[in-house]
Design a protein around this ligand. Structure first.
Ligand code: SF4
Ligand code: SF4
Length: 238
């Protein structure tokens, strides 16, 4: 198991709520997910003041938002833990040392111990590139959700430019921009699909995303693959 690099809260505005169900919303555009996280932050803060966290609950958010898979949990307690960073609003690190994650369906042990497919699929190098070459939590989350597309994007950048991306050193702006924008294109593709987008186990991920992930050619991803290659060529050749 490769768990050297923390993906959940790497800092600098990167944070992840993918396994908490964020991308189970029907509309996974950045605007809608930001709205969801902002509302959660406000409501959970108020719930802490009045000592009733359950003023925000699964049923209340289900009445407002369409979900992709109605059997998959969307935790009401994910929000912005800092102004630009999604995370768990009940985690002790942002909750005066109190761990209230048992209020969620999963409970604190599962919340604490779970590692998503990206943890095992991505190498340390790929994880570090994802952390360093994304502008914000949204493109970062796309890379977590679809690690094989991230790998394909990195391979394209390295192959087309005949370079090795070295995590840990400052990459050229053009390379960072390409990786970030390519992930946003994957996000747009995902938003057009009428199916679950995050899978909790690797076998499920491989099974359901094989027609979508950019590492395998399909009619579905053909256009995006072409657009990303053009993006890399046009944005990095001076
Ligand atoms: S999806 Fe993965 S990186 Fe994101 S919070 Fe869950 S375990 Fe962490
Ligand atoms: S309680 Fe668990 S599922 Fe809910 S936001 Fe926190 S870590 Fe995610």
């Amino acid at each position: 198991m490769n768990e050297q690099v923390s993906l959940c809260q790497p800092g600098n505005g990167k944070g992840c709520c993918v396994c908490c169900g964020l991308f189970n919303l029907r509309n996974v555009s950045s605007n809608v997910l930001s709205q969801f996280l902002t509302e959660a932050s406000i409501e959970v803060s108020y719930g802490k003041i009045i000592n009733n966290l359950f003023i925000r609950n699964y049923d209340s958010i289900k009445n407002i938002y369409d979900f992709r898979d109605s059997t998959t949990y969307v935790c009401p307690f994910m929000g912005f833990v800092f102004s630009d960073t999604p995370g768990c609003l009940l985690h002790p690190s942002v909750n005066n040392g109190i761990d209230s994650r048992d209020c969620s369906l999963f409970g604190k042990e599962l919340c604490n111990d779970y590692f998503c497919p990206a943890y095992r699929i991505l190498s340390d190098k790929e994880k570090k590139i994802l952390i360093r070459c994304t502008y914000d939590w949204y493109s970062y989350s796309i890379g977590i959700m679809d690690p094989l597309s991230l790998r394909w994007i990195i391979q394209q950048v390295e192959g087309i430019l005949n370079i090795q991306i070295i995590p840990g050193i400052e990459q050229e702006n053009a390379i960072v921009r390409c990786i970030n924008e390519a992930l946003l294109m994957v996000g747009m593709l995902l938003n057009t699909l009428d199916c679950p987008l995050f899978y909790y186990s690797e076998p499920e991920y491989y099974l359901h995303m094989r027609m979508v992930s950019l590492n395998s050619e399909s009619i579905l991803n053909k256009n995006v693959r072409g657009e990303i290659k053009r993006l890399i060529i046009n944005n990095t050749h001076y």
